[in-house]
Design a protein around this ligand. Structure first.
Ligand code: APR
Ligand code: PHB
Length: 392
C-alpha cells in the first residue's frame, strides 16, 4: 500500500488528522490496533475549549455537537464546605467551553470517515515503524495473517501513551518529563440529570468533581488512593462519599442513579520532547499526558493536530518543509502551558497524603485568593478556556 501520510492510531487525534488532511486533498491511511467498537466504546473526556469547537466547526464536524453539546460560561469551585465561587470564564475572557463527550466526537469522526470512504485499518497486529529517519518511511502490520507494508512520505504517531510511535525516537534523542500523582480518580457515568454547572470540590476527604455529558447523563469523580479496588466501591458507597465532599445544599441536589460506567484512572503529567524525529510526527497522548483536572487532554490532542495538519498542507502545497521543521517547537509551547495549568489545578484541588499542616493552609489561602481576586480569576480563566492557537 502507498499513501502520503500513514497515521498510527484511530483515536481523536488520528481520526481528526485524517479528516483535516482529506479536506486539503492529502491522502492518508489510519492503522488502528483495536477494533472499531473497542475504540468507540472508550469513555473519556468531555469538555471542549473554544479552539476545539472552532476546529470541529471549520471541518464540518460540529452538527451534533451544536445540537447536543452544552455551552458553559464557567465553572464552580467549592472547598471544605466553607464557600463556593463561580469563575465566569465568559465574562473574564469572552470565551465559553462546551460539555460534549469524547465518545460522541469519536462517533462523529468515524461517521465522517465513512462518508469519505476513508482507509482505516482496524485490528492491525504487530504495527511497526520503519525508516523514520529516511526519505522513505513505512509502517508494517499484521492483517488477517498477512504482513502488510504501507509506504508513505510521513508518519503521524497518534497512538496514545502506550503506542509504538514514541519508541521510534532514539533514546539519546528523546527527553521525557514526568510527574506521577499519589492518587487516582474513580469516575462514574449515570443516566440522571447533572448539576447545572461543572463543580470542582476540594474537601478534607479528597477532591470531587461534578460534570455532565448531556441533560440526562451525569459524570462524577472522586479522588481515591492509588491502591483502590473498584470492587470495593459499589454505587451506594460512591454516592455517599461523593456527597460528603460537597456542601450540603449542593449534595442534596445531586441525583443518584445506577452507574453505567465505573472506572479508576491514575493521574500523571508527562511530556516527551521533541515531538518529531525525521519523518515521524507525534500528536496527542503519544507525546503528552495531563491529569484530567484541567480537562486538557482531548483539547491538546486537537491543537497538535491543528499544527501538524497545517504543516503537512504547507509542505504539499508549497514544497517547503519549514512548518514541519518547527512543528515540535510550536506544538510544545501550547502543550507546556496546558501541562502546567493541569498541574496547578491538580495541586490546588486535591489532598496530598504527604501534605503538612502548612501545605494545607497555603492551599486554602490560594483558594481564598482565587475567590477574592478578579485578576487571579482572569489568569485561570485564560488558561482554562484554552490559549489561542498560534497562527505564526
Ligand atoms: N498500533 C496502532 N494503534 C495503536 C497502537 C499501535 N501499536 N497503540 C495504541 N493504538 C491506538 C489505541 O488503540 C487508540 O485507539 O491508538 C489510539 C490512541 O488514541 P488515544 O489514546 O485516545 O489518544 P489520542 O487520540 O491522542 O487522544 C487523546 O483522547 O483518549 C483520550 O485521554 C485521551 O483526552 C485524551 C485524548
Ligand atoms: C468530564 O466531564 O469528564 C470532566 C470535566 C472537567 C474536568 C475533567 C473531566 O476537569
Amino acid at each position: 500500500m502507498k499513501t502520503q501520510v500513514a497515521i498510527v492510531g484511530a483515536g481523536p487525534a488520528g481520526m481528526l488528522l485524517s479528516e483535516i488532511l482529506h479536506h486539503h486533498g492529502i491522502d492518508s491511511v489510519v492503522v488502528e490496533r483495536q477494533s472499531r467498537d473497542y475504540v468507540q466504546a472508550r469513555i473519556r473526556a468531555g469538555v471542549l475549549e473554544q479552539t476545539t469547537v472552532d476546529m470541529l466547526r471549520q471541518y464540518g464536524l460540529s452538527a451534533r455537537m451544536d445540537q447536543e453539546g452544552h455551552a458553559h460560561d464557567g465553572m464552580k469551585i467549592v472547598w471544605a464546605g466553607r464557600s463556593e465561587f463561580f469563575i465566569d470564564v465568559h465574562k473574564h475572557v469572552g470565551k465559553r467551553f462546551v460539555a460534549y463527550g469524547q465518545t460522541s466526537i469519536q462517533e462523529d469522526l468515524f461517521a465522517a470517515a465513512d462518508r469519505r470512504n476513508a482507509r482505516v485499518i482496524f485490528n492491525a497486529g504487530e504495527v511497526a515503524l520503519h525508516g523514520v529517519d529516511t526519505d522513505a518511511p513505512s509502517v508494517s502490520l499484521e492483517l488477517d495473517g498477512r504482513r502488510v507494508t504501507i509506504e508513505c512520505d510521513y508518519i503521524a504517531g497518534c497512538d496514545g501513551f502506550h503506542g509504538v510511535s514514541r519508541r521510534a525516537i532514539p533514546a539519546d534523542v528523546l527527553k521525557e518529563f514526568e510527574k506521577i500523582y499519589p492518587f487516582g480518580w474513580l469516575g462514574i457515568l449515570t443516566p440522571q440529570p447533572p448539576l447545572p454547572d461543572i463543580v470542582y470540590a476540594n474537601h478534607p476527604r479528597g477532591f470531587a468533581l461534578a460534570s455532565m455529558r448531556s441533560p440526562t447523563l451525569s459524570r462524577y469523580y472522586i479522588q481515591v488512593p492509588l491502591d483502590t479496588n473498584i470492587e470495593d466501591w459499589p454505587d451506594a458507597r460512591f454516592w455517599s462519599e461523593l456527597k460528603a465532599r460537597f456542601p450540603a445544599g449542593m449534595a442534596a441536589s445531586i441525583v443518584e442513579g445506577p452507574s453505567i460506567e465505573k472506572s479508576i484512572a491514575p493521574l500523571r503529567s508527562y511530556v516527551a520532547e521533541p515531538m518529531s524525529y525525521g519523518r515521524l510526527f507525534l500528536a496527542g497522548d503519544a507525546a503528552h499526558i495531563v491529569p484530567p483536572t484541567g480537562a486538557k487532554g482531548l483539547n491538546l490532542a486537537f491543537s497538535d493536530v491543528h499544527y501538524l495538519s497545517r504543516a503537512l498542507d504547507h509542505r504539499y502545497r508549497t514544497g517547503s518543509p519549514d512548518l514541519l521543521a518547527s512543528y515540535s517547537e510550536t506544538a510544545l509551547r501550547r502543550v507546556w502551558h496546558s501541562v502546567r495549568t493541569s498541574w496547578y489545578l491538580t495541586n490546588l484541588l486535591h489532598r496530598f497524603p504527604s501534605s503538612t499542616a502548612f501545605d494545607q493552609r497555603a492551599q486554602e489561602y490560594e483558594l481564598d485568593f482565587l475567590k477574592s481576586s478578579p485578576s487571579a480569576q482572569v489568569a485561570l480563566a485564560e488558561q482554562y478556556a484554552g490559549l489561542p492557537l498560534e497562527h505564526t
